[in-house]
Design a protein around this ligand. Structure first.
Ligand code: ATP
Length: 625
């Protein structure tokens, strides 16, 4: 049963039809959301408000949505806020007439700059009532702050923030500061925003007085989620839904070259027999699991080529060689105008004609690579095709997609190859194939169903399984965990950090849950470079969205930005660590964790989730039984 939405929520802020939505209305709803932990209530507050916005000024829904998810545009445009505490402390002090020492001391006490700004602002006398901020003002100011670069940029940013703080009323200062820190901390997950958008839009567009039926509301949710996986751009989705109706998003909002879609992901497995069990009765294929960097390659109608990372980041500047070569990979008789293919870019030795380890690829610069300076060459291993000549092909089964891929493109050894694959159900044959993949410098195998499943953007699906040779002895996979704190090094490690506190990401609450201390697997050089990387992100205080036990408190906290790939012997329930505590009642922690490498291609939200840790733990418990 779905609650009926309120078409016009009661707020102390007055909304006027056709007029810009005041920022104070958004802030009131943030406070309501912050006051509860119940997901259904949060959905209700959010969807009621979105519907109210639609009823008053639909054009502002996009600004409202961006403020709710705390972003400035689609991920692939790479606009980020995340201002450091130093600049925020300075700005709060200057704009509220307090000293930086005072603001710093308060910050040490409370850990929440938003609250501090709010308190300082509310005790400040105001000479005249400033003009109320609108959602569009705040969004545009935030965007200007994120895009300001060059000389004097810090002063310009401080200037914009000060203007906003001076104009702020009620609770606004608190949320302006939190948005600038890039964390609203009200427990609002992005999927809740998507669901709420669907409910508000379907209600707004319903012709029935009672609002849409439950079925229609659920259909709208499915449509919007699906559209978002294919076109992860809220502006496009909202505008398309307003123009054509949310229930027809699937017809009007499909993937297109130039807009990276969220890649499909795989589930870990621990043995070939587990694969055979899972795929009983299914036709499947095994492909080499190359150890490089995921590269979603787009060829646009105008001949432009773009390369996007696993994280939808534009990597075209990193791979000018790929950009330059793509036209040459097309089969000449096919007249291909545009496409999207899913590949792994792998470091390649032209002298020895073989794959080089992942570490070699990491020595390539991330930006501004010049063709003539390239020393680390790459070979692109293609394993899927997602769109061809403007037509999405993700709904075809892999068998067909593979045929299409091989018909459209041609191999150029050492530059562009199709993923090596084998179809077999024989354990020994598969074991031998796994062994050869390792000899060929791969991580193991990807096992995929051939006939029944589409390509599912963004999903960690049961139709793709990964079998990583190195992890068969552990829990079946490595974990990518967020570095949240560190312990001072002793003895040989004096002068750097000696160990780190790591956490996983809870996608429902947007909190980071501590899950282990790690001090093994680091060479002296790695520790030194980690110190250089992490030291500028040191904080005097844990961010309030970090869930930890005081008995594992580190010497230093960090702004969570860095991910470690970590190997573990197994997982155990722990009285100290907090991973998955909401599901299991007790936290899970990693036993004997070992550092493997940095994961620069993943953001905090892509870290191993609490749900995945619970899944690993339950699978292990099941096997032990
Ligand atoms: P996660 O840890 O979140 O599952 P990940 O990015 O760490 O994701 P893995 O799970 O280790 O990646 O494995 C999936 C990755 O393997 C893909 O994202 C892709 O980069 C890489 N890969 C290499 N070869 C293939 C292949 N043949 N098919 C699909 N992916 C492949």
């Amino acid at each position: 049963k779905l609650d009926t939405l309120k078409p016009s929520v009661k707020l102390s802020t007055k909304l006027v039809s056709g007029k810009p939505i005041p920022y104070s209305a958004v802030v009131e709803v943030f406070a309501q959301i912050e006051s509860t932990t119940k997901r259904l209530e949060i959905i209700k507050y959010t969807s009621d408000f979105f519907l109210t916005v639609l009823n008053n000024n639909p054009n502002d829904l996009i600004y409202v949505t961006y403020l709710f998810i705390n972003r400035l545009g689609p991920d692939y445009e790479g606009l980020e806020l995340g201002l450091g505490e130093t600049i925020l402390i300075k700005t709060i002090a200057e704009s509220t007439g307090k000293s930086t020492v005072h603001v710093k001391a308060k910050y040490r006490e409370t850990g929440d700059l938003g609250e501090i700004a709010l308190k300082a602002r509310s005790t400040q006398p105001t000479m005249f009532k400033p003009k109320a901020l609108t959602v569009m003002d705040v969004f545009k100011n935030l965007k200007e702050i994120a895009t300001t670069t060059g000389n004097n940029s810090q002063a310009k940013k401080i200037g914009i923030i000060k203007r906003m703080l001076t104009a702020s009323q009620g609770l606004e200062a608190k949320f302006i500061i939190r948005s600038l820190e890039s964390k609203l901390r009200i427990g609002l997950a992005e999927k809740t925003v998507l669901i709420s958008l669907a409910r508000a839009l379907v209600h707004f567009q319903s012709t029935s007085k009672k609002g849409p039926s439950v079925e229609k509301a659920l259909e709208a949710e499915e449509k919007i989620k699906e559209a978002f996986c294919q076109v992860p751009n809220y502006q496009v989705i909202i505008e398309t839904a307003l123009e054509h109706g949310v229930l027809t998003l699937d017809k009007h909002c499909t993937l297109k070259p130039g807009v990276p879609l969220k890649p499909m992901l795989a589930k870990p497995t621990k043995s070939i027999t587990e694969v055979l069990d899972k795929f009983t009765g299914e036709e499947f294929t095994c492909e080499y699991k190359y150890d490089g960097e995921r590269a979603q390659v787009h060829l646009l109608n105008d001949g432009t080529v773009k390369v996007y990372s696993r994280n939808s980041e534009d990597m075209s500047q990193r791979y000018p060689d790929i950009i330059d070569a793509v036209q040459g990979f097309l089969q000449p008789d096919q007249e291909t105008k545009s496409l999207i293919i899913d590949c792994e870019a792998v470091a390649w030795s032209r002298e020895e004609n073989k794959i080089l380890p992942f570490q070699v690829l990491t020595t390539r610069k991330r930006k501004d690579v010049e063709l003539k300076d390239i020393k680390v060459h790459v070979c692109l291993f293609a394993f899927d095709i997602l769109c061809l000549n403007g037509e999405p092909v993700i709904n075809l089964p892999l068998k067909k997609r593979r045929q299409l891929l091989q018909k459209t493109l041609k191999e150029i050894p050492g530059k562009f190859q199709f993923a090596t694959s084998k179809n077999s159900t024989d354990v020994e044959e598969l074991q031998a194939f796994l062994d050869i993949s390792i000899k060929d410098s791969c991580e193991g195998l990807m096992v995929k169903t051939l006939n029944n499943d589409p390509y599912r953007p963004s999903q960690r699906s049961n139709s793709w399984l990964k079998l990583k040779k190195d992890y068969l002895a552990g829990v079946g996979d490595s974990l990518d965990l967020i570095v949240i704190g560190a312990y001072y090094g002793k003895g040989k490690r004096t002068g750097t950090y000696g160990g780190f506190l790591l956490g996983c990401y809870n996608q429902d609450t947007e909190e980071i849950e501590s899950c282990c201390k790690i001090g093994t697997g680091f060479s002296d050089d790695v520790l030194k470079s980690l110190y250089e990387k992490l030291q500028p992100t040191e904080l005097s205080q844990a961010k309030s969205y970090i869930i930890y036990d005081s008995s594992a408190e580190p010497d230093i906290w960090f702004e969570p930005t860095v991910l470690f790939e970590v190997l573990t012997a197994d997982l155990s329930l722990s009285p100290i660590y907090k991973a998955g505590i909401a599901t299991l009642g007790k936290g899970v922690s990693l036993r004997f964790p070992r550092f493997m490498r940095l994961r620069d291609d993943k953001g905090i939200e892509d870290a191993t989730s609490s749900d995945q840790v619970v899944e690993f733990y339950e699978r292990q418990a099941h096997q032990q039984n």
